[in-house]
Ligand binder design. Sequence first.
Ligand code: GN1
Ligand code: MG
Length: 369
Amino acid sequence: MISELEKVPVILRNFGLAADSCTTTVLHSGHINSTLKVDFTFKGENKSVILQRVNTYVFQNPIGIMNNIDLVTRHIRRKLIADGVDPKGRVLEFIPNVEGQNYFFEDRDNFWRAYWYVENTVTYDKAEDLRVLQNAGRAFGLFQHQLADLPMHLLVDTMPGFHDTRRRMENFFAAAERDEAGRRKNIEEEIRLLRENEPVWKQLGVLRAEGFLPLRVTHNDTKYNNILIDKNSGEAVCVIDLDTVTPGLCAYDFGDAIRFAANFAAEDEKDLSKVGLNLEAYEAFASGFVSECRTFCSREELESLAIGAVTITFELAARFLEDYLNGDKYFRVAHPEHNLERGRSQLALALDMKEKIAQMQQINRKYYE
Ligand code: GN1
Ligand code: MG
């Protein structure tokens, strides 16, 4: 089989990019797609692109995704220009293939896309500088603000129920019943905890069903490393990883960012005594996000943000553990216990957040009351 790296020149050509020479670096971010950075020269000019091979096991409608990405990036570009901001580097710029589509569908397992690398930026897995984290909060809030008037019906629902926590939990309990990989015996305690905490993780769904929370165009995967940060100024310049942009709740975007960036530990930390919500980091992100969102969100939505953090953390615990039960088909794992460790770690974080909901609410209110 030809490796991804060997294919790079062919893929570049399909995107109409001619190269005299190129160097490819594998970027190990994300648990789903394969991402390559390609630095190439053409007629003495240096250029860099990001090539991604979309995981079509997870993303079963990649063309729908690229349709959404096209709409979203065009919309943001128009908004930036209307505000007098140069869009270069502030919104991803996908490169059309030789037939004009924003992807290259080689075959079922090889669905490629390309976008220009944004120079002078970095991504962080860990929030070390609270000022940068605050900038990221503002930028994720702005992302929703920019998309608030994008007609939602134009978006293809590429992942129905992506953040439907109840459905996620049902899938998890069903996987435990099936016990396909014979691993259930290792997670009896986690199953019990997820059942016991139903009153906590179902709250957001209840608010939504009762009509208190509007659907918006949301990102749905707001990890800290999904935002490009200017290397020099620390400004958050561009939101990336637009695969999951669909109608959703503001609280999930807020919550997912908190889950990842305001944890004392990494997402897959094995030592659970290190895991917990860092309220200082929480406040840094929340201050940026809420200051932006208070300009267009309802009071109920702002009130729901803290519960969004707890909910999505329980949800992801269940998703990692479900994949563990199913034999690791969905998330890329570094070793056989990886999903188990991720699931336990997220569950520990969710339980810690549960104890801190009132404090989270109090912090948020400082920025919208
Ligand atoms: C996956 O690939 P990545 O890291 O951007 C997942 C998210 C999870 C996240 C957990 C499509 O995102 O939902 O929150 O892992 N994406 C999909 O780290 O399932
Ligand atoms: Mg993603």
